[in-house]
Design a protein around this ligand. Structure first.
Ligand code: SAH
Length: 254
């Protein structure tokens, strides 16, 4: 008999992902708890952040809605809560960072621009769960989100952060994302939150035709830029965009 997944579902590798519930994109529970004693009205501060994102070029309504809904302050350490809505990356432990809101929104918008996403995103694979913030954002615009993390402590942290949100369509995986997650493939979108030297072959293989991969990638001169790969019936189409600064993509687990 199928086991009912916990929230968020945590799958063993190799696991029963194919059997994961096909849930509709989640709507998050209304904000209730606002950090006390910090003078932070979280909804208002978030609305301000979203206005700024819109001013700086984010157009997609689903992205702006997700950014206005997911409470970023819940994903950072309490000492950093007052900085949670500034457009900066913040430490989440083990030398890793939560990406700044503008890059989270930018990558989500690029994913939603995939040909296959015309009627909403289907399954998405995220490499680099970190604290789980981007997975929560993606859960509001994709049918299923598979998010992989290679550091067990961060995988657990994300699980802890996401549990109260009860997102039935987020599946956290502990494993090396460079191998992708074949059991959930093909993906309408693959998003990497860590930058490598080349696109691992499994990502190309696991991307659906009509799907899109968005990832930071090293280019000549040691610079890192955002890479968009569209998989068409005729092959892969590559677009290089603006410079970015992501933590390195590493192989293996720790
Ligand atoms: N999206 C995250 C950003 C986390 S930073 C957030 O919202 O917080 C990038 C993460 O990628 C780090 O936690 C790092 O450990 C992880 N990472 C790097 N290489 C990886 C790999 N091969 N597989 C899975 N995770 C990886």
């Amino acid at each position: 008999m199928a086991r009912k997944p916990g929230f968020p579902a945590q799958l063993d590798l190799p696991g029963a992902a194919a059997k994961a519930a096909r849930a509709a994109p989640a709507s998050l529970p209304a904000s209730t708890a606002i950090p006390q004693g910090l003078g932070l009205d979280s909804a208002a501060v978030r609305a301000h952040m979203v206005q700024k994102l819109a001013r700086n070029g984010i157009r997609n309504a689903a992205v702006l809605h997700a950014m206005a809904t997911v409470e970023r302050h819940r994903f950072v350490d309490s000492a950093l809560v007052t900085q949670a809505y500034e457009d900066i990356s913040l430490p989440i432990g083990l030398g890793q960072t939560i990406s700044k809101p503008s890059i989270v929104a930018r990558m989500a918008e690029l994913l939603l621009g995939a040909p296959a996403a015309q009627h909403g995103l289907g399954r998405v694979l995220e490499i680099g769960t970190g604290c789980g913030y981007q997975a929560a954002v993606l859960s509001m615009m994709a049918r299923e989100v598979y998010s992989m993390e290679r550091l067990r402590q961060l995988h657990e942290k994300a699980r802890h952060n996401l549990r109260p949100l009860r997102l039935a369509n987020v599946h956290l995986l502990f494993g090396d994302g460079m191998l992708g997650y074949a059991q959930g493939a093909p993906y309408a979108g693959i998003l990497a939150a860590a930058g490598g030297q080349a696109v691992p072959q499994p990502w190309c293989d696991q991307l659906a035709v009509g799907g899109r991969l968005v990832a930071p990638m090293a280019v000549a001169g040691g610079q890192q830029v955002l890479l968009v790969l569209d998989k068409t019936a005729h092959g892969l189409q590559q677009t290089l965009l603006e410079p970015v600064h992501f933590v390195p993509l590493k192989s293996g687990i720790a």
